[in-house]
Design a binder for this molecule. Structure first.
Ligand code: FES
Length: 171
């Protein structure tokens, strides 16, 4: 018998909840587990989590929409977040932003058509004396200049290439 995508997801959500415990405390690690695997949390996944934890779906939607690191839509393999708060603004974040947009061919809030990069604004990440500050997934880059943008993106592309190669070898 073929297992449908929905059945597979339901099974995986069940396993995550079993791993993290049945109570409300399992909510966040379960959502993070789903995102790690699928890169976003679909409405159906949120509904499953709510059903299996016995909580109202609105509570799950609320958590997903509150935390900026949780996504309810697909996004790029690399999420670039440039700090837009005052110290980084004064340190030249606009020039860095223009370089990122030009190199990637997208605006902030968008994802490249190949699914590699998403561009987003961030608020202060606590590195104000070393701005402009930028996050690429969990990695922090400080004193970013337009010149450094090219190297940072190249580094990401190399990592992506290596992953793609590994996936091809496994397939
Ligand atoms: S203002 Fe950008 S890190 Fe604080």
């Amino acid at each position: 018998m073929l297992i449908t995508e929905r059945e597979k997801l339901s099974e995986e959500v069940g396993q995550l909840i079993e791993k993290h415990g049945p109570g409300r405390a399992a909510l966040m690690p379960t959502l993070q587990g789903i995102q790690k695997k699928y890169s976003f949390i679909s409405e159906y996944a949120m509904q499953l989590v709510a059903d299996k934890l016995g909580i109202h779906p609105v509570e799950v939607y609320g958590v997903v929409s509150f935390f900026s690191f949780l996504y309810d839509k697909p996004h790029g393999r690399f999420i670039i977040r440039l700090c837009q708060t005052i110290s980084c603004d004064l340190a030249g974040k606009d020039r860095v932003a223009r370089q990122l947009e030009s190199d990637l061919g997208i605006k902030f809030g968008e994802t490249t058509p190949d699914g590699k990069f998403s561009l987003e604004w961030a608020n202060c990440i606590g590195m104000c004396d070393q701005g402009p500050a930028m996050l690429v997934n969990d990695q922090v880059f400080l004193k970013v200049t337009p010149e450094k943008v090219h190297d940072i993106l190249e580094g990401c592309r190399k990592v992506f290439g290596a992953h793609a190669l590994q996936s091809e070898e496994v397939a």
